[in-house]
Design a protein around this ligand. Sequence first.
Ligand code: ADP
Ligand code: GN1
Ligand code: MG
Length: 357
Amino acid sequence: MNEKHYELLKKFALDGNPVSCDRYGFGHINETYLVVTDVKHRYIFQKLSTRAFKDVPGLMNNIYLVTSYLRERTEDPYGVMTVIKTLDGGIFLEDAGEYWRLYDFVEGSVALQAPRNTQDFYESAIAFGEFQTKLDGFPVEKLVETIPNFHNTVDRYRIFKETLAKDPCGRAKDVQAEIDFVLAHEEEMGTLQRMRESGELPTRVTHNDTKLNNVLLRETNYKPLCVIDLDTVMPGLSLYDYGDSIRFGAATAAEDEKDLSKVTMSLEMFRIFTEGFLTACTTLTDKELEMMPMGAKTMTMECGVRFLTDYLDGDHYFAVHREGQNLDRCRTQFKLVSDMESKWEEMHQIVKEVSGR
Ligand code: ADP
Ligand code: GN1
Ligand code: MG
């Protein structure tokens, strides 16, 4: 194990002496490590992205408050993330401008990179839906916005256009078709933001990053165990959580698939997720239900815009493992948006059938 990691780990209240610390998981934002101690206790150790998060103390305080609140409403000790404190009682460690935190490893769990079948996706809908329901009474004024305007699609467009105007890497000339696609959708993609501002859609405490690998399922039966990646828990729209899950889990190919003919939005997966989400979230308003397809489309488009912005900017935000990966990711998102457009009526019909409203 690297000496620096060892020194940092020794500052946390560990059970045993750390013997290994290896890169772990498939997140795009933080640097994640699996730590094992000599008494075989496992932990998740993370260096937080300061590119993404400008207020780590505020973020960690959010997580501490939210996990404490959830713990009172959850039976299984592994059903909520546990923050391991430092020896002097801190909930994170600051070292030379870097921020580190430690979580107990949720034993007996799996994080899926894609649903193996419809049931897996259904269970993730139950997990994220219940997460939102459990946080219904949480005092929202106690949370800081860890990434301001995170799902403000109008602002995402502003940043995109600003980056495009600068074109710092000279990449814009090769992606004119993608740029045109983004601009052609601008007006429509501001719909949810305008409805949030006018109060037509209620602001709730939401997770905001409901990718399938941000929920841990039980290893034994693939039932929901623990919602993780709480960095973006803050006020938002229910449709952000619903839509982001559809974006990722209803896609028939990986987020960075190069062969776009493989990328479609499965209506079967759309239906099953909608069933699970509405089973777990019973208080959605008629307007929220009506806008569910728009939630899926907006979150997909917004994510594509973010990938394209990062590509133009030189790949500083999302972790990339090969050249052009952010461009490939943006292309799959735009393909999904087009596919949703061709299935728009069916999507609405499914929401009506499932909700009975
Ligand atoms: P990122 O913000 O980069 O996505 P995550 O917090 O989602 O980072 O962690 C990355 C991956 O590490 C997750 O997808 C999951 O596989 C794994 N992971 C994170 N926390 C835990 C935990 N407490 N127990 C088990 N696995 C975890
Ligand atoms: C990031 O952190 P991770 O990998 O679970 C991103 C999400 C994107 C997603 C795309 C804080 O999620 O918003 O939808 O990548 N998280 C943050 O895969 O920006
Ligand atoms: Mg994650």
